[in-house]
Design a protein around this ligand. Structure first.
Ligand code: SIN
Length: 291
């Protein structure tokens, strides 16, 4: 395989590999290292059915079955459908997944390692792809933090809550998703993780906070926690840390969730169809004992 780095804060394209075939150990290691180094990698021109996407994703760790239990492939519940398309008047997928800055599964006891998305239908307007996915580099965001803040937050933890993003989508973005049930809330209670993680691939520190799910720095008084979180959210989303993936049909886009945060841009209309299959890989290999 051939790795072509992007000329931006992160990202690379990997050519000359067929993800429908099982990975060799050497290919696995190369992809894992590329994820650590570039954060986001894309594999163009992939032809995968739901099972093949599941099998490729599963090579990297245990797969999450989304707690909302909506819109997954009928045969493979680990494969979720993200789409604004309707069939017989009914949505075939979750139409508003990830439409603000966040990190998947920071709200879980065992956090996420990677997301793997396969672009089946990508909306286009005037020759340009819509529904781009944007990323920010959390290795760089950590490194640039003021030394005094690094020292203050060292050893502290943040509470992450799945319901925070879910309710924000309902309240602020007009999402039609129903409120989480008591049972869903019980299965995903708020959890705490370190503010700074040592990244298991690079061995470097990353800022592990995100505007979608981070609610409170546990060891600080409430007012100071709010002030610091507001600073961290503004800091980590600066343009200088960004890479924007412009989708082409057939792309498999894979990113690791510890050294990045991401945002799905909803700039397409209901009649401009987008269809993506998604698997979420947990970091159970790297953190067998959750924090
Ligand atoms: C996600 O947050 O996993 C969805 C990203 C996208 O649809 O572009």
């Amino acid at each position: 395989m051939r790795i072509e780095p992007k000329a931006s804060a992160m990202g690379a394209t990997i050519h000359d590999i067929d993800l429908a075939q099982p990975l060799s150990d050497a290919q696995y290691r190369e992809i894992e290292q590329a994820l650590g180094k570039y954060g986001v990698i894309s594999f163009p021109k992939q032809h995968l059915n739901a099972k093949q996407l599941r099998d490729f994703s599963e090579t990297f760790g245990k797969l999450e079955i989304n707690v909302a239990n909506l819109y997954h492939d009928p045969e493979f519940p680990e494969v979720m459908i993200l789409s604004n398309m309707l069939e017989n008047g009914k949505p075939i997928g979750l139409s508003d997944a990830g439409q603000d800055w966040h990190t998947d599964m920071s709200y879980s006891k065992t956090i996420a390692f990677a997301n793997v998305l396969h672009g089946i239908k990508i909306p286009m307007r005037d020759g340009q792809p819509l529904g781009n996915t944007e990323f920010c580099n959390m290795h760089a965001a950590y490194e640039d933090l003021p030394a005094a803040l690094k020292e203050e937050l060292d050893g502290m933890t943040i509470t992450h809550d799945f319901n925070m993003f879910w309710e924000m989508m309902r309240r602020e973005k007009g999402s039609s998703r129903p409120p989480l049930t008591e049972e869903q809330r019980r299965r995903k209670p708020p959890v705490s993780h370190p503010v700074f993680l040592t990244h298991p691939i690079t061995g470097r520190k990353v800022l592990y906070a995100n505007p979608g799910y981070s609610t409170r720095i546990n060891e600080l008084p409430e007012a100071r926690s709010e002030e610091v979180l507001a600073f961290l959210f503004a800091h980590q989303t600066q343009d200088k840390y960004r890479y924007r993936h412009r989708w082409t049909e057939g792309d498999v886009l894979m990113w690791e969730n510890m050294g990045t945060i991401h945002n799905a841009i909803p700039d397409y209309r209901p009649d401009e169809h987008r269809l993506i299959r998604r698997c979420q890989v947990m970091a159970d290999r790297y953190f067998p004992d959750a924090f």
